[in-house]
Design a protein around this ligand. Structure first.
Ligand code: ZN
Length: 680
């Protein structure tokens, strides 16, 4: 489960940039900040912040301070030279007196922006080291031109010595080439540049943790989560990240702000969560961390919520060490009402679905995932972020106590708004009529489809007695996603949604139908390299559904691919018939699932979901390329400012959205940089 990069139904929508939305007519908020390398920087709003009570605003403010103080931890976790490199680059960027318009200086600026984005010198997603576009000679000359007091020099170290240390790390492609190496057969610990292990081999690390684990322990702690494993004088031991241990100076500040937050909590449950987290930062005890995780997942009634700590382990080749991250948020009451309303009507939807009665659940309960508004992104969630989070990660805690699942509404909204007007719709949508529909209803019907998929689709239906839940084997996840998507597609067109006042128009669903087919038949192919097939389960599911209805409705021209000026477009001629076809496929897919019909699953998936139409694929890639859209996106945070009276008490907290990307990064490096440059 772990972190949802994006809730499953919306994955391709956002990642492929094909989400389409209502024009933002009433407001002039600028969601885009800048674009460089393969990155686009966006901005998000925090709607509803002004309506929070003063106490709630204070709580958010204190938690955002606690969030920002962890930034250096992640830089150091991602590589032992990252803080020194960042600080050296920042010194040049802010104080260099030479030609700031030269190609070398511009390339250094670009490199620094990428280092900020990745929290280190390796790509945030691919984990390969960046190649600087400036020369090592330029770097040397620029560093030596600065006042030495601006440089991150160790005691007694000269600028030349610092350069000798950093230059190979930055410029030699063979030094620390990957942050996380996953190549089978190599020593993954020694060949990964991440800073979770020092002087130990993979074998030594595995031996160390295997010796700690007790196979009979049914409630094991997350071994290794909060420490670096080091070899000192021939002995392997953990350097624990805690207030009097490694990263102590950053943790001291995190704890300081958590204690402030503790004074303005909303509920006793929330207070218990914060106090347990403080306890964990003080002791580094992983049992305490589990107690904290349980308290956290049970706290569902506080409006304000947060993540703060050593959380995800993707950055460790052995998958144990938690990278530091934080997210502060509050519940989006209106959007959560929508998911609750859908869940409250779960039985009605189950009873009226086009599925055979024997495959339906007699009693069904919807899941209402909370929709939240992010107030700050930090650590491993900044600037690149998830749009949904499902925690904690501990398996036994998930099994015994469940987990908390949230989707981040304002981040999704910012992706959507920024995508509008980027040229994608203009390029791929057939005509103005479809664009108008999408502009009016695309945003809302897209969200409703996701809600129906997540809250009802996966939980609907049942297996016949004796059917093995894994009967569909490798085809299981594609079939399962198709089942949930079809449930959503069938019901997004149902008059029930208008009756529940979730939609204002009986025509609105057409926006979702059009974009779904355009994505499934064509535009999701932008994520696939030429010559490759469709592999990922969500993408297979979408192509399966789109190709199936395309073929079944072909005789009556329900959906067509038409050519206009040499370009291919999707045209939907009969939306009502399209809904009927979705219903028929839902009934068949549910039958396959309920009876464990492996052959039918295999035939459907292999026939419709896997193979790519090569000429169409090439055409889509070529058209997409011309739009120059960045494959990766990240965010600048809003800026919070506490207003105080003469007694120093906070009277209000103001949020502003004007800070630029470099401006914010430099401010964070100045105000929230607690760690020394070398952390041993
Ligand atoms: Zn799903």
């Amino acid at each position: 489960m772990k972190k949802l990069i994006i809730a499953c139904a919306t994955l391709a929508i956002c990642m492929s940039g094909c989400q389409t939305n209502p024009a933002d007519k009433a407001e002039s908020f600028n969601y885009t900040v800048e674009q460089f390398a393969d990155l686009q920087i966006l901005r998000y709003r925090v709607p509803g912040f002004e309506e929070l009570t003063l106490r709630q605003k204070q709580l958010v403010y204190y938690l955002t301070e606690a969030a920002l103080h962890g930034r250096d931890i992640l830089f150091d976790q991602n590589g032992k030279y990252n803080l020194r490199i960042r600080r050296t680059l920042e010194a040049i960027y802010t104080a260099y007196k030479g030609d700031r318009t030269s190609a070398d200086f511009k390339a250094l600026e670009l490199y620094l922006k990428r280092v900020w984005f990745s929290n280190g010198i390796h790509h945030h997603y691919g984990s390969e080291k960046f190649v600087p576009g400036f020369t090592a000679d330029f770097f040397r000359q620029a560093v030596l031109s600065l006042d030495a007091s601006l440089l991150p020099l160790a005691e007694g170290q000269s600028a030349e010595q610092l350069l000798d240390l950093l230059s190979p790390v930055m410029f030699d492609a063979t030094v620390m080439p990957k942050r996380v190496n996953q190549a089978a057969g190599e020593d993954l610990v020694l060949t990964s540049a991440c800073n979770y292990y020092d002087g130990v081999t993979q074998q030594e690390a595995e031996d160390y943790y295997n010796a700690l684990k007790d196979p009979k322990d049914t409630e094991p702690v997350s071994y290794g989560l909060n420490s670096r494993l080091v070899k000192k004088n021939g002995k392997v031991e953990e350097a624990v990240w805690k207030i009097d241990g490694l990263y102590g100076s950053a943790i001291t500040n995190i704890v300081y702000w958590l204690k402030k937050a503790d004074d303005v909590t909303e509920t006793p449950e929330q207070r218990a969560v914060i106090n347990k987290l403080i306890d964990f930062y003080l002791t580094g005890n992983l049992k305490t961390f589990d107690e904290y995780a349980i308290l956290w997942l049970k706290d569902l009634n506080s409006r304000i919520d947060f993540v703060n700590g050593f959380t995800e382990s993707y950055g460790d080749p052995l998958g144990m060490k938690g990278s530091w991250e934080s997210l502060v948020n509050f519940k989006d009451v209106e959007a959560t009402r929508r998911t609750e309303l859908i869940s409250a009507n779960a039985q009605w939807f189950e009873d009226h679905s086009p599925v055979e009665t024997r495959f339906k659940k007699e009693t069904v309960k919807g899941v209402s995932a909370k929709v939240i508004t992010a107030a700050i992104l930090a650590g491993d969630l900044y600037p690149s972020t998830a749009i949904g989070i499902n925690l904690p990660n501990s398996n036994w805690i998930r099994a015994h106590y469940g987990s908390k699942s949230v989707t981040i509404g304002n981040i999704t909204d910012a992706y959507n708004k920024a995508a509008h007007g980027n040229g994608f719709e203009q390029e791929f949508v057939y005509s103005q009529a479809e664009r108008d529909l999408i502009d009016r209803y695309g945003d809302l019907t897209g969200e409703l489809h996701t809600d129906l998929h997540e809250c009802l689709g996966h939980g609907s239906g049942k297996l016949l007695p004796g059917v093995d839940p894994d009967a569909l084997k490798a085809y299981g996840s594609t079939i399962e996603e198709a089942r949930a998507d079809l449930f959503g597609l069938y019901y997004v067109a149902d008059p029930k949604l208008v009756e529940l006042q979730l939609l204002e128009s009986a025509e609105a669903y057409k926006a979702e139908y059009y974009t779904y087919l355009m994505n499934g038949l064509m535009t999701q192919l932008v994520r696939i390299a030429p010559g490759n097939n469709v592999e990922e389960a969500h993408m297979r599911n979408r192509q399966l559904i789109a190709r199936w209805v395309f073929e079944k409705g072909a005789a009556d021209r329900v959906v067509e691919l038409v050519k206009k000026e040499g370009k291919t477009y999707v045209v939907v001629n009969d939306y009502a018939r399209l809904r009927t076809l979705f219903g028929e496929l839902l009934a068949e897919i549910q039958r396959i699932k309920s009876t464990g019909d492996y052959e039918a699953a295999r035939d459907l998936v292999e026939r419709y979901a896997v193979k790519v139409d090569a000429p169409l694929h090439a055409e889509v890639l070529e058209r997409y390329e011309k739009l120059h859209l960045s494959p990766y996106k990240g965010f600048v945070n809003p800026k919070y400012e506490a207003l105080t009276n003469s007694k120093g008490e906070i009277t209000d907290v103001q949020v502003t959205y004007t800070e630029g990307y470099a401006e914010q990064m430099l401010r964070y490096s100045k105000d929230y940089s607690d760690l020394p440059s070398v952390n041993n």
